[in-house]
Design a protein around this ligand. Sequence first.
Ligand SMILES: CC(C)(COP(=O)(O)OP(=O)(O)OC[C@H]1O[C@@H](n2cnc3c(N)ncnc32)[C@H](O)[C@@H]1OP(=O)(O)O)[C@@H](O)C(=O)NCCC(=O)NCCS
Length: 214
Amino acid sequence: MTVTDEPRVVTAPGDTAWARQAVRLRAVRVGDAEELTALCLGNREYLRPWEPVREASYFTVEGQRANVHDLVRAHAAGEMWPGVILEDGEIAGRITLNNILRGPLQSCFVGYWVAQDRAGRGVATEAVRQALDLAFGELGLHRVEAFTRVDNDRSQRVLARNGFTAVGVARRHIHVDGRWHDERLFERLAPWDDGYALHPPAQGEYSQGVCRSR
Ligand SMILES: CC(C)(COP(=O)(O)OP(=O)(O)OC[C@H]1O[C@@H](n2cnc3c(N)ncnc32)[C@H](O)[C@@H]1OP(=O)(O)O)[C@@H](O)C(=O)NCCC(=O)NCCS
């Protein structure tokens, strides 16, 4: 699934080599396993402080294929939206709308990472913006939440630039990199929230993060 037909161009002022890089999202596919393996291997140390402990098999094509199979199944069941972040058609990272809850909650969590050699140029900020469009539009969700380690300033700035606000700190919330870490919870409500509506306005009234009825 493609989130945006027209990729958003991210420009890095003063750096022509990196200027005009196009970012878009799509759902992960089993055929991505080889590219994902290379990316995960290349960023193993970079991601270690932020990611759960991974089995050695995670860094093999077979392991990635099995992992993506599970994600595709969970996607089909409506439990999550597992995406890849593409920059100029190449996989630059992962972004996932996790733990989709329906009924009276209509919420999910967003998680993401961007390869080290593509960081610092707005890729994650743009990917989260597009994921929010998907969550609040096509998926009809009302709330997106995110946890970040309290010392992950960069990720917190990505969330802040996308209109998330901090709710509070959950103590000893995640075990990564050999110990428990406190995490800050962030929330972002749908632009169509009016305190009453359970679902977004009828199709056509909401697009690209703009609620036309407002
Ligand atoms: C956190 C993470 C996703 C950020 O990805 P990113 O693509 O570098 O994020 P962005 O580029 O959108 O924002 C980061 C920086 O780029 C800058 N930036 C944003 N848009 C920009 C643009 N158009 N041009 C140039 N720089 C830009 C931001 O100002 C920001 O600068 P900072 O260093 O002052 O924070 C990435 O560092 C990562 O994957 N880290 C490891 C895993 C992780 O922490 N995941 C999140 C767990 S909650």
